[in-house]
Design a protein around this ligand. Sequence first.
Ligand code: SAH
Length: 230
Amino acid sequence: MKSPNKVSCAEDGTTQGIDFAAQRAKLVATLLHDGHLRDPRVAEAMRIVPRELFLDAEARARAYEDHPLSIGWGQTMSAPHMVAIMCEALELVPGHRVLEVGTGSGYHAAVVAKLVDPGSVTTIEYHAALARWAQENLRQAGVLNVRALAGDGGRGVPDDAPYDRIYLTCSAPRIPGPLRSQLAPGGILVAPIGELPSRLLRLRFVQDEWVEEDLGPCAFVPLRGEFGVE
Ligand code: SAH
């Protein structure tokens, strides 16, 4: 059982004696310095979204380490630098409608949601309990433009399609066909593809053609379900 995601905020804005806002600002400064972050809008979104609220209480002290963190059910929340790289690769602008496959904690979706506001994010998670936990995390963080669903994200979410942007936070053997067909013309799809180390691919759907770029090596948990590894 996961512990309830309760947070106690002191009047000075600190939590559990830790100044998370200061840690968040420091992490973003490091990501900018190291070149993982270049886009000021992405930097601002990451300065706003409280990553600690997407972790169980006992893990919060590590919220601003630049590492993947365990979120239970054998899954991990991506490292902040990977969230930054993927957000930049997606070229998000206000008003976009986005599909995320692999909700996990909801943190990545929250950063994307800030960048596309007043647009929206539909996110789908294989483990129903994680999807419920993520929706609660998003609520506690005050993020209202994300809808977290449970199901096999390889099939996409046809009800809300087409999407301006689609991204996967789990690695697939190849891009699932339903996701290609749910991307709007001119859209961008970012996904980790292939066995470890996977390659982070960016696909643009322009004039009925797919243009593919390899953005480099990456490590993600595998996509499950119909289009996954098993
Ligand atoms: N974006 C998340 C990171 C999640 S890790 C965050 O910010 O915390 C990848 C997630 O993909 C895991 O939670 C895993 O359960 C989920 N996943 C794996 N296969 C999936 C599938 N077929 N459909 C939806 N989610 C899937």
